[in-house]
Design a protein around this ligand. Sequence first.
Ligand SMILES: C[C@H](O)[C@@H](O)[C@@H](O)[C@H](O)C(=O)O
Ligand SMILES: [Mg+2]
Length: 515
Amino acid sequence: MVLCVSITNNDCNQYYQSCSVNSVEILDRPRDQLCLTQFHQRQCLWVSLSLNSYEGALVTPITIDKVRVIDLRFPTSRESIGSDAVNKDPDYSAAYCILETNCGLSGHGLTFTLGRGTDLVVSALKYLATNVEGRALDSIVSDLKAFYLQVTGDTQFRWLGPEKGVIHLACAALLNAVWDLYAKAEGKPVWRLLADMTPEQIVSLIDFRYIADALSPDEALTILRRAQSGKDARLVQLERTGYPAYITSAGWFGYSEDKIRGLCEEGLADGWTHFKLKVGGDAEDDLRRGRIMRDAIGPLNRIMVDANQKWGVTEAIARTRQLAELQPWWMEEPTSPDDILGHARIRREAAPTRIATGEHCHNSVMFKQLFQAGAIDVCQIDSCRVASINENLSIMLMAAKFGVPVCPHAGGVGLCEYVQHLSIFDFLSISATMKDRVIEYVDHLHEHFVAPVTINRGHYMLPQTPGYGSEIHAESLQRYSFPDGIVWNERSKPEAMHEGRHLSSAKRRIDDLDD
Ligand SMILES: C[C@H](O)[C@@H](O)[C@@H](O)[C@H](O)C(=O)O
Ligand SMILES: [Mg+2]
């Protein structure tokens, strides 16, 4: 059980923090008033304290009063961070929401985007937020599948998908925030909240409507029940060694060859053994950069190459064969993410190079077909592309049935914080193995998170903070909000983002017209 202590100045909460029941004493010092908020079965118990004496108690259900939606953009493109052959100037961004409750607790959720266009997702998210405003948390999480269907199946917004694109990205942000709030209210990190559920409870979270022909609820139950055995030992293993990871931030497309070499050397010193390189440029350049990486990391460590959808199918086959010289552990997104049969053909004709995809797969139906067509060797789930944990559970269970390892995509802001929970749950309760599995890691923007990931010698260490890990410091939310955050308004700086200036002034012109 979690006891949250809010220190108030009579009128408003200044901050709250989670702490164990025993540490209340620490706060027992002269203040205007202390409010203890105790969460139990998604209810909060308010106890007013005046100095050392209790003044009263009130039990209320945790209720979502209001949703704040923020357009958040980091100017990462200034240093080519996150760049690839297709996304050459990515500003890591998020449509971010905060579910504010009646008890000081808040749920934070985001979906990852790339600068321009974030405002479209933000608009969709503002609309979807009306699904939670005024609702008791318990009324949502007591039937999360029903809530998932309500949000993804809105009778008019569904036309914009269904279950794909802007509207589905917005669904992910909202559902991620609900999961964050749910886990915080239970005082658990999301992976533990999931791992403590019974197989039946997990199955009850999943919409099987479009996937039951590949994975029935009974098959899912069998997989989950089988993984119950040995779970405690696997948890001990995770506590001891963490979950293996690979690093992408040594090999962004816009990085110079010297920078790649230097970052590989640093990565090796930090204990990394798996490195990803962006390809999809000129064929000779790709090979030269690949040789530099191979030379820097030696023959025994692993390289993965990522083309970010650059090629058509026949070119992808030729280029994958060429890059085989680097002995890549996988070739990622060689062609359009929608081309299921194309992936299957590339996999056949560029064998033995393994084929990976998923960061741009709209929904569980696409994953189903990739599995059915024998199109991929590596399943790259994404915490924001599909509608949050509910949909990812179905994808991980299908992956287990088809024997495809899950190696989540995390090249973005907040994705590392999210996907660690999914892989940990996969290991504990679904696949029960780490064989051929690694979580992606990018070394950017973690300082903005209240509970950032902990990496040790190329492994994600087990997160312990209650929630889904997505909460961003209030100061960062302010600084990087678009277009009004200070980062987007530093007029004096010559390197101020061209796009930021352009969009800010466009917005002002529209505002002027409105006046
Ligand atoms: C624009 C982004 O950084 C992508 O390049 C990135 O997500 C990438 O595909 C990855 O696999 O991490
Ligand atoms: Mg990728």
